[in-house]
Design a protein around this ligand. Structure first.
Ligand code: PEP
Length: 249
């Protein structure tokens, strides 16, 4: 079983969301997986109410604010996301960190807000190309993981981790299965040290970065890769179904 998650970013309005679910044809093997879609928040209600949505697909939001409410123009709270049908939240996606300047401290506050409202955080970590060239992959991803673990301390709830090398997101560049296995094993070892073996194993680590039908099976076969977080290829129902089928094999 694998986790197959689609991050629609700022794509897929209401009509496209309905069309996606109407066209999505999941094969039997896909039902072995945990399937997640993160639509833009404006399409969340439509996705939640869509009669064509396969009930195996859970929904999430791509970001939340850590406050429960208040004068925060343009933001969505964890409680609002949950009420609108989200069960999961992407936290610290690289576009949030690098385009919007989100810090590890804000990531921690958002994780805490998820925990208070019964939402499952999907915490994204990953290095930039220059950090990779400087040989700082482990330092960067463990620093991001440690900040997240502090926020999760004392919380036994579920969370997912996504290793998303920034240089591979939306670029067509993909980490090799070996690159993914190395980073995932670094993360798993830290999870084991922090949580103990059994608890660490229950925390899936997804790989994200230009995953598509042609490379999904190889990446999902790499050690410690428990699923994939898919951007561009998740917008097409056929690609998403093929990736989900790869996870079920
Ligand atoms: C993402 O948005 O998390 C992502 C991995 O995007 P893409 O698959 O398009 O690289």
């Amino acid at each position: 079983m694998a986790v197959i998650a689609g991050n629609w970013k700022m794509h897929m309005g209401a009509a496209q969301t309905r069309a996606f679910f109407a066209e999505l044809d999941l094969d039997e093997s896909a039902s072995k997986n945990e399937l997640l879609i993160f639509p833009p928040v404006s399409s969340l209600g439509v996705a939640a109410a869509c009669p064509d949505r396969d009930s195996r697909i859970q929904l999430g939001v791509q970001n939340i604010h850590w406050q429960d409410g208040g004068a925060f123009t343009g933001e969505t709270s964890a409680a609002m996301a949950a009420e609108a049908g989200a069960s999961h939240v992407l936290i610290g996606h690289s576009e949030r960190r690098h385009v919007f300047g989100e810090t590890n401290e804000e990531v921690a506050l958002k994780i805490a807000a998820c925990c208070s409202h019964g939402l499952v955080p999907v915490v994204c970590v990953g290095e930039t190309l220059s950090q990779r060239q400087e040989g700082r992959v482990d330092e960067v991803i463990l620093g991001q993981l440690d900040a997240a673990l502090q926020a999760l301390e004392g919380n036994d709830g579920r969370f997912l981790l996504a290793y998303e090398p920034v240089w591979a997101i939306g670029t067509g560049e993909t980490a090799t299965p070996d690159d993914a296995a190395n980073a995932h094993s670094t993360l798993r070892t830290r999870l084991e040290a922090a949580l103990g073996l059994a608890a660490a194993v229950r925390r899936p680590i997804l790989y994200g970065g230009s995953v598509k039908p042609s490379n999904a099976a190889d990446l999902l076969g790499a050690a410690n890769v428990d699923g994939v977080l898919v951007g561009g290829a998740s917008l097409d129902p056929r690609s998403f179904a093929e990736i989900a089928a790869a996870g079920g094999r």
